[in-house]
Ligand binder design. Structure first.
Ligand SMILES: Nc1ncnc2c1ncn2[C@@H]1O[C@H](COP(=O)(O)OP(=O)(O)OP(=O)(O)O)[C@@H](O)[C@H]1O
Ligand SMILES: [Mg+2]
Length: 455
């Protein structure tokens, strides 16, 4: 039975309305009726229908006009036109406009039921497809972080593992790689999500204020302290405190932070007693923190305390396969103009993929936003991209290695990846030809592609 399905029947003939509502009700549908297009539109205002059956010739507002309005209102129910002798031509026009089907009057036996069954099947497929799409999209995103690269998928799985724990997390990565996004994801997908997420940029607050920001103060603790003030640790109680740019924290304060982390207690400036807080600390920096430890700029004991679990985000140039996905993501955000969604031309996408992205995902986001403004006729071409990108200042492999580390294995990997990428773009993605140029077997190319997470 179709017990929960709701149908709207629009026809000016009273007898036919009656006949259809009895018949469809018997088949288990809930049926509403309307005598012309106008009343039909009113029904649409107050109900969501699964199917609409609509006559073509009617007084007040005919079927075609009703259809046009309904489609403009983005009614998603399949609309089936009913055409009497002489209106078949109009019925065909209606199909072109977006009607789902038409049946000619008088109906043959069971004809309505068959058309409805077909429509039902199509709706089911549509639903399934959209679910599949969602699954596919879900696979490549985690709490708003978009990525398909193996390296980031590994980060997703690590986030999943630690989100519910109180473990202190250090997020490392170049500027714009998504460190803050990861910190938020840790909070939002963990058991603390209902409690506050408090973020503080340790580099942006003057040294003398940072302590009272973090720990609070009591009235009279210093000249300007006219009242008690709760610190960020207290505000984040039960939740997460995100210490951004932790590498900028002054040494004197590092000692105090370490104490708080070890004792789970804060003491406001000027207070004589401590207070217990339950705060999960996530910190982030784009600096080389262990290098700073070596140089005496960062306390080693604090470094170990913060770095219980480390998430190292790869720069965008090491995960080129994420670029199309991210570009699409940002086009969806910035490129929804009146003519629909903006598209990226293949040439422009190649430019995006060849660039070295020193500013990582943030830079890509800005470039796409700008391109969406500059683009014409809904198409992002290379002309919409900044000059620096078109001239493609791609990092030489050796440059990419030198500041990362000096491992020969790693350097080989990077050069190999680079060459594979070049060969593939030269052959338009043809793997057999690419393997030839690379002078390796197809099998070992396929293996390497898998290893590097390149599709
Ligand atoms: N994988 C991603 N998917 C979607 N958006 C991303 C992704 N990575 C970064 N972004 C976006 O890029 C911008 C920069 O990200 P974020 O602020 O998290 O970087 P960051 O590493 O904290 O940078 P910085 O070191 O400069 O503070 C944000 O707008 C963020 O939403
Ligand atoms: Mg940041």
């Amino acid at each position: 039975m179709n017990s929960n399905q709701h149908i709207l029947v629009i026809d000016d003939e009273e007898n036919l309305r009656h006949m259809l509502s009895v018949m469809l009700a018997r088949q288990g549908y809930r049926v509403d009726v309307a005598a012309d297009g106008k009343s039909g539109l009113i029904c649409l205002l107050n109900n969501v229908y699964d199917y609409i059956l609509c006559d073509i010739r009617m007084p007040e507002m005919d079927g075609k006009t009703f259809l046009t309005h309904a489609l403009e209102e983005h009614v998603s129910a399949p609309i089936i036109m009913m055409s009497a002798y002489g209106s078949v031509e109009t019925a065909v026009e209606c199909m072109k406009l977006g009607a789902y089907d038409f049946i000619s009057k008088p109906f043959k036996k069971d004809e309505i039921a068959i058309v409805l069954k077909k429509a039902e099947e199509r709706e089911r497929l549509k639903e399934e497809n959209s679910q599949l799409r969602d699954v596919a999209a879900g696979q490549f995103s985690y709490s708003g972080i978009i990525s398909r690269s193996a390296a980031m998928q590994e980060i997703f799985s690590q986030i999943r593992k630690v989100a519910d724990l109180k473990t202190t997390i250090l997020v490392l990565g170049e500027s714009g790689t998504g460190k803050e996004l990861v910190a938020r994801a840790l909070h939002q997908t963990g058991c603390r999500s209902q409690k506050p997420f408090v973020a503080v940029n340790c580099g942006a607050i003057p040294e003398n204020l940072l302590e009272s920001e973090l720990f609070g103060h009591v009235r009279g603790a210093f000249t300007d302290a006219s009242s008690d003030k709760a610190g960020l640790f207290e505000q984040a109680d039960g939740g997460t405190l995100f210490l951004d740019e932790i590498g900028e924290m002054p040494l004197a304060l590092q000692v105090k932070l370490l104490r708080v982390l070890q004792e789970n207690e804060i003491r406001k400036i000027g207070a004589s007693v401590s207070k217990t807080v339950d705060v999960r600390v996530v910190s982030a920096t784009s600096r080389d923190l262990s290098g700073d430890v070596g140089l005496g700029r960062f306390r080693e004991d604090l470094y170990f305390r913060l770095n219980v679990f480390c998430l190292q985000l790869p720069p965008l140039r090491y995960r080129v396969e994420d670029i199309p996905l991210l570009a699409e993501h940002f086009v969806k955000r910035y490129g929804n103009d009146k003519d629909g969604l903006v598209r990226v031309e293949p040439d422009a996408l190649r430019c995006l993929m060849a660039y070295r992205w020193p500013g990582n995902v943030r830079e890509l986001e800005n470039v796409v936003e700008r391109a969406c403004i500059l683009c014409e006729r809904g198409l992002i071409t290379t002309a919409c991209l900044p000059l620096s990108l078109r001239q493609s200042d791609k990092a030489s492999p050796i440059e990419m290695v030198a500041d990362e580390n000096l491992s020969i294995k790693k350097a080989e990997d990077i050069i190999e990846r680079e060459l594979i990428g070049k060969a593939l773009s030269k052959t338009g993605g043809n793997r057999t030809q690419a393997a030839k140029i690379l002078e390796i077997s197809l099998r070992s190319l396929l293996y390497k592609l898998k290893e590097y997470g390149i599709e």
